[in-house]
Design a protein around this ligand. Structure first.
Ligand code: NCD
Length: 491
């Protein structure tokens, strides 16, 4: 792995060694210099000061040349050029590496898969910001000498703040206590809490009370309210006004806090509604300037590794069974519906579909395109289930590959292959691990959504088959069966 897309891709041991190396660089270790002046393409489709500048300083110290843009103004993005075409061009101009920031979730993942050179994610919409997290962990380790054993409160805009999303993911593999402080309107998406609690085996404590958290925490990591991510228009304005200025850390407030508490902030601090008052800047509690400065040594190490030996591959999670066809006994009795609504001599019968789901399955399997007569029967009497839908395809054996998506619509459908009116093979199929271009990502800010015109087909990973849970390959938003929407109209 040479790209840095999401902290989920990193093993704890890799994170620890990056932190160790970056601390050494900060203390003066020389990391080297590329003699051949590799090119860093710095593609900032969104605003940035710290992330962009620290990458530049780090790249410069490695002897790299830097090309790219800071904001779409002045580029062909204004003429409607796509993300992938933009990236391909920089690759064509000889870039060895791309650092990018983009408003869409999963943008960095999608570009890294479209190119041969490594891509570093400098922030993708509200989703993740892995290099910030690596710098944050370095700062914590430098300041406390450890990460394990600490209580870390994350405060403020936990809904849109990508830095806290990545930090929370990273902390899954450290022995820490996490407190989340935010009002309901800007609370962290509940799936992120579920992920953390499932993967770490620890509970998160949520509160709206900042003082309570400051009294208990070793670190308060406060974030700016991400005004730019609120919905456009008056609804967004109202929602923003409700929460702007809601939390502000002051020297006064810190009097009742844990006296050794360190305040972190990814910056920038909003000068109109500051999350931290200037009187904290110079106190012993402030850690946010070191945090920003640590961006340089950490990105130094990241650039060096991305160009040379990479970050190692994470051990794969236990594989799901490869076999997608599950054989069933041939206990075929004449179907009650058989004489009433259909008769299938040869072909494929999809039986026991949940009533009302037959047409959805017909669309999902694109049976309209099949050169065969197809029937969909609804509300057929079933001795086992009461009611069922049934799909029959005359004179054609649908392939297992074709049928393997059934699990997206039906939990219980069985497949029968018939020859001369006899069932010759019966079974069920399970979902493949990757589902391409069928399920619509529920995150409207995902790069795979059609309205963004980036020509990125949706892609989901099947994390669990029962109960069904899929996860968007790009923006990492999970989805459960009840929320699945299919692109069934697409031909
Ligand atoms: C943050 C970001 O862009 O996500 N800044 C940063 O990279 N240091 C936080 C923010 O913009 O509020």
């Amino acid at each position: 792995m040479h790209s840095v897309i999401s902290i989920r891709d990193f093993e704890r041991k890799t994170i620890d060694s990056l932190v160790k190396e970056a601390i050494a660089v900060r203390r003066g270790a020389v990391i080297g210099h590329f003699g051949d002046k590799p090119i860093l393409a710095s593609l900032f489709f969104e605003q940035s000061t710290r992330t962009r500048e620290s990458f530049w300083v780090a790249a410069d110290s490695l002897g790299m040349r830097i090309i790219g843009f800071a904001g779409p103004e002045g580029t062909s993005l204004m003429k409607g050029e796509s993300l992938i075409h933009t990236g391909m061009m920089y690759e064509g101009y000889g870039a060895s590496l791309i650092v990018m920031r983009h408003k869409l979730g999963g943008a960095a993942r999608c570009l890294s898969e479209a190119l041969r050179i490594p891509v570093i994610n400098g922030g993708d919409g509200p989703c993740s910001h892995p290099t910030q997290t690596l710098g944050d962990l370095m700062t914590i380790k430098e300041s406390f000498g450890r990460i394990d054993g600490l209580t870390i409160a994350m405060v403020g805009d936990l809904k849109y703040g990508r830095t806290v999303h990545s930090l929370l993911q990273a902390l899954e593999s450290y022995d820490v206590k996490v407190i989340l402080v935010s009002p309901e309107d800007i609370a962290i998406p509940s799936w992120r809490i579920k992920d953390y609690e499932r993967n770490s085996g620890r509970k998160i404590y949520c509160t709206e009370n900042l003082s309570e958290a400051l009294a208990r925490a070793d670190i308060a990591y406060i974030t700016r309210i991400q005004r730019e991510r609120f919905p456009q228009g008056s609804d967004g304005d109202v929602a923003y006004k409700r929460v702007s200025g809601i939390y502000c850390i002051t020297a006064e407030l810190l009097r009742n806090a844990n006296p050794r508490i360190k305040i972190m902030h990814p910056m920038p601090i909003d000068k109109d509604n500051p999350e931290i008052l200037r009187d904290v800047d110079l106190s012993d509690n402030s850690l946010y300037f070191e945090q920003a400065e640590n961006g340089v040594p950490m990105r130094n190490v990241i650039l060096k590794k991305a160009i040379t030996d990479g970050f190692g591959d994470k051990d794969l999670v236990p594989e799901m069974p490869e076999e997608i066809w599950r054989k069933r006994e041939l206990t075929y009795r004449a179907k009650t519906g058989e004489n009433k609504v259909w008769h299938l001599g040869d072909g494929t019968l999809i039986d026991h579909i949940e009533p009302g789901s037959g047409h959805e399955l017909y669309n999902l399997l694109k049976l309209v395109n099949q050169d065969a007569t197809v029937f969909v029967a609804s509300n057929v009497h079933s001795t086992r289930y009461g009611k069922k839908d049934v799909i029959g395809v005359h004179d054609l054996e649908l392939t297992t590959e074709q049928l393997c998506l059934i699990g997206l619509v039906s939990e219980r459908a069985t497949i029968n292959y018939l020859s001369n009116g006899e069932v010759v093979k019966k079974g069920t199929v399970c979902l493949p691990r990757d589902i391409l271009n069928v399920v619509k990502c529920q995150n409207t800010g995902c790069v795979s959504r059609g309205e963004h015109h980036e020509s990125v087909p949706s892609r989901f990973k099947v994390e669990s088959r029962t109960p069904l849970q899929l996860r968007c390959h790009y923006c990492e938003t999970p989805i459960e069966r009840k929320d699945i929407r299919l692109y069934t109209q697409q031909q």
